[in-house]
Design a protein around this ligand. Structure first.
Ligand SMILES: O=C(O)C(=O)C[C@H](O)C(=O)CO
Length: 318
């Protein structure tokens, strides 16, 4: 698949991966299934070494993000992050659910009563409407939606290329301004790694210190340079924040070998395109791809301070 790159807006549109096939009109007209939030409980680090692939995937991999015509959500008890995707079919807007099924999961009558939301569009052009304010999101545009927003709607703008909004929500206690940002106009851009260590990459801090303000969310996107396959190596920990990686821009027959666990007891999860991995605060989060990829990183926890990170010495990794 062609890759999304942040360098030029026009190039982005031209380089979009093949559109999600538009389902038949009959399916589009059918009533959407009642939304439900899948719940993932926290895992103690001592439980990790005895887990096989199936258990690791069941607890940490979120592989249902972009279901055409649905808002798919997973509630993780790791810092109470909710991760998901909204994939509106052309002409059929989707709402961020705020019905009784959701109220049962989040304990409030509306989704954002005590939460904030970050969204990034990894599909075709689309629009997010937050309490009547419309934000057009081109591919790779991101939006911060504050606590207290009553209604959020997602729309696709191009009938041949549905939008795909990747969603990350954290508990919040303070209202900040709604704001749109893109890697193309990000104010904090960090390069890391080098070609000869195959980890040359650029991090765009979007909803983060140096970018858009939020209560707890720290959210950005990393693009690897051609030929580089490693992310977040050397690895690090941040005991006061949990993190979720969502890998995208991947060809169908490629994988990222995502590493997790305490540094001296690591395990791996094979991750395909547009899947996410939950990383508890005690876990490293790093990966090597069998081919090119990009990823959205999102953190939530006690602070948003990027330097509150503990580097992991290579010699400690086992
Ligand atoms: O490429 C990277 O390295 C990252 O994107 C790292 C993330 O920002 C991260 O892990 C923050 O904790």
């Amino acid at each position: 698949a062609a890759r999304l790159v942040p360098s030029a807006a026009a190039a982005v549109a031209a380089e979009l991966p093949a559109a999600t096939p538009a389902p038949a009109a009959a399916a589009a007209a059918a009533a959407p299934a009642a939304p439900a939030i899948e719940v993932r409980h926290s895992v103690h680090p001592e439980a990790l070494p005895s887990m096989g692939s199936k258990e690791l995937r069941r607890h940490f991999l979120v592989d249902r993000l972009f279901a055409p015509g649905e808002v798919a959500l997973t509630y993780t008890h790791e810092d109470r992050m909710i991760v998901g995707g909204a994939t509106p079919l052309p002409g059929a807007p989707l709402a961020l659910p705020s019905d009784r099924a959701i109220a049962k999961s989040i304990g409030r009558p509306t989704f954002l009563a005590s939460r904030e939301l970050a969204a990034i569009n990894v599909g075709g052009p689309g629009r997010v409407v937050a309490d009547g304010a419309a934000f057009d999101l081109a591919p790779l545009d991101a939006l911060y939606v504050p606590m207290g927003t009553s209604a959020v709607k997602f729309e696709s703008a191009d009938k041949d290329r549905p939008a795909k909004f990747y969603l990350l929500s954290c508990p919040a206690h303070k209202q900040h301004a709604a704001a749109k940002i893109s890697p193309r106009n990000a104010t904090k851009v960090v390069t890391a790694g080098a070609g000869d260590t195959a980890n040359n990459r650029t991090l765009y801090h979007l909803v983060a210190p140096g970018g858009i303000d939020s209560d707890q969310i720290t959210f950005g996107v990393t693009f690897l340079a051609d030929g580089s396959v490693w992310n977040t190596m050397p690895a690090h920990l941040h005991d006061r924040r949990s993190e979720i990686y969502m890998y995208f821009n991947m060809a169908p027959d490629t994988r990222v070998v995502h590493l997790m666990g305490e540094p001296d007891e690591t395990r791996h999860i094979l991750v395909a395109n547009e899947q996410a991995v939950v990383s508890p605060s005690w876990s490293i989060h790093s990966g090597a791809g069998t081919a090119a990829y990009s990823f959205v990183w999102a953190m939530c926890g006690e602070n948003r301070l990027m330097p509150d990170i503990e580097p992991v010495a290579m010699a400690t990794l086992q």
